[in-house]
Design a protein around this ligand. Structure first.
Ligand code: SF4
Ligand code: SF4
Length: 468
């Protein structure tokens, strides 16, 4: 009798695991709520931030914009230039280290709650549920032969998916081309070649990844799932089945003869990747916690304690006491957590320091290599230079340039220059020194540029002055 029940249940579970699309059963609970909170949070930010405006004092512009054509990244009041590559590199390393740190602490939390694949799959499945019905109705519809009703339902679902994918693509491209300019050109079908390419690519990508591929991306395409093993250790808390408490599992619970798992299969039915967490830690598990919600509901009905499936480390499941407990073998953070925490701190400090040291003035000095030097009728030696003044602020500024390093060295002509907001001003500069004022050869000199009316903003650039 027990074996027959188990076989029927196993056959039913196979429906969710191996037969085409996985139609997971909806479940309520704290992890499901947390997942949806993240969907709302990330999508309000993603769909909304490109519409924010930032007043520069000289006019308003899009607050967040990756202006590839002009090689600038606008983040509200901060404008990053290619010269800020070091800061961007630190920020990227910081983000990667934060991901590793979170993984070492609590497994694939990012996958289960914040990864765009998870978020968009949740949205697309929600649409599917609204159009086709719950998981059983969807299974039935998939297995039914094609009919006018099925065609209408599937067309409606794919149509809504396509609209969401197109809007997502417009929003994404709107971070690279100002969205207030992009949207009218999309409506008029007059987007440029690059915008058209990325709109089609990103809309198709969203539609295929979130609507059709879904969990297959997590299972077979995502590299992160494959190397997560090197980021976790026995102290990492992941969604786990408490085997000591649950086994031996049994359809009918007999006090003293079976564990707390009644083999109901709910944890498998709610799993978006269709795995059985009772088989142990698997690379397909995205740590979404939905099986925890499902199993907790079962435990509530059985009046048993929650947490048969829960976020727990190998140490905890092995019965090691918590830190501060009285046992000899205490649960300590794993070495990876400490290493990643140190790296996180280091890169946070480096990023903050780089940002603090960042100057809004850049100066490049290029010596004219075509002409070594020339002597003037007035008995002076002249060298030619090209000066690039980069004003990284969004207001016009004036700069004074001075030169030092040799006796009597001076700039011929004016030495104050105005530079427009966020612009590069290229200035040809003639520098002269009295003939015979210093030994012949290439002498080191220094250009000193100061921002007028902005004490503290200055740049010193080294160069050479050729004396015949
Ligand atoms: S939901 Fe809980 S009780 Fe049901 S099969 Fe899964 S672990 Fe066992
Ligand atoms: S096993 Fe649980 S935590 Fe892992 S993917 Fe499935 S439902 Fe989510």
């Amino acid at each position: 009798m027990g074996k027959a029940v188990s076989k029927v249940r196993e056959a039913r579970l196979e429906l969710y695991r191996n037969k085409g699309t996985i139609h997971a059963k909806a479940v309520e609970g704290r992890f499901n709520s947390a997942r949806w909170a993240m969907v709302w949070l990330t999508q309000i930010v993603f769909y909304g931030a490109c519409w924010l405006r930032w007043d520069t004092g000289e006019g308003a512009r899009q607050a967040i914009l990756f202006d590839i054509v002009h090689e600038k990244l606008y983040l509200f009041g901060l404008v990053l230039w290619p010269q800020d590559a070091l800061l961007l590199a630190f920020l990227l390393i910081l983000a990667a280290t934060a991901l590793f740190f979170a993984t070492a602490l609590a497994g694939r939390l990012f996958c289960g709650f914040a990864c765009p694949q998870t978020v968009y799959t949740s949205i697309f499945v929600w649409i599917e549920t609204k159009v086709e019905g719950d998981h059983l109705a969807r299974l039935k519809l998939d297995q039914s032969p094609m009919s006018a009703r099925k065609l209408a339902i599937k067309t409606a679902k794919h149509g809504i998916w396509a609209l969401v994918a197109i809007w997502t693509a417009i929003t994404f491209v709107g971070y690279f081309t100002p969205i207030r300019e992009l949207l009218p050109s999309v409506v008029a079908l007059q987007t440029g070649p690059w915008e058209s390419f990325w709109l089609i690519f990103y809309a198709s990508f969203t539609y295929v990844q979130a609507g059709l591929a879904r969990e297959a991306v997590c299972q077979h395409m995502c590299p992160y799932s494959r190397f997560q093993g090197v980021m976790i250790d026995a102290a990492t808390a992941s969604v786990s089945y408490d085997r000591r408490r649950g086994e031996p599992r049994g359809a009918l619970r007999h006090a003293g003869s079976t564990g707390d798992c009644i083999d109901c299969g709910i944890c498998v039915q709610v799993c978006p990747t269709g795995i059985d967490i009772r088989d142990g830690l698997q690379y397909q598990c995205i740590n979404c916690g939905l099986c925890v919600d499902g199993c907790n509901q079962v435990m509530d009905k059985l009046a048993a304690p929650r947490g048969l499936i829960r976020f727990a480390s190998e140490h905890e499941l092995a019965g090691m006491p918590k830190r501060g407990g009285s046992g000899k073998r205490q649960r300590l953070p794993g070495p990876r957590v400490l290493v990643y925490a140190s790296l996180l701190l280091l890169f946070s400090v480096l990023s903050a320091w780089t940002l603090g040291q960042r100057s809004t003035l850049r100066v490049d000095v290029i010596r004219d290599r075509g002409l070594l030097s020339r002597e003037t009728a007035g008995g002076r030696i002249e060298n030619d230079y090209t000066l690039k003044l980069i004003n990284m602020e969004e207001v016009p500024r004036r700069f004074r340039v001075e030169v030092a390093g040799l006796p009597g060295l001076r700039i011929e002509g004016g030495n104050e220059f105005g530079v427009g907001p966020g612009s590069i001003h290229t200035v040809p500069l003639v520098v002269s020194s009295p003939a015979g004022g210093a030994p012949a050869g290439a002498r080191p000199i220094e250009f000193h540029t100061v921002a007028l009316g902005d004490a503290g903003t200055e740049r010193r650039e080294k160069s050479r002055f050729i004396l015949p």
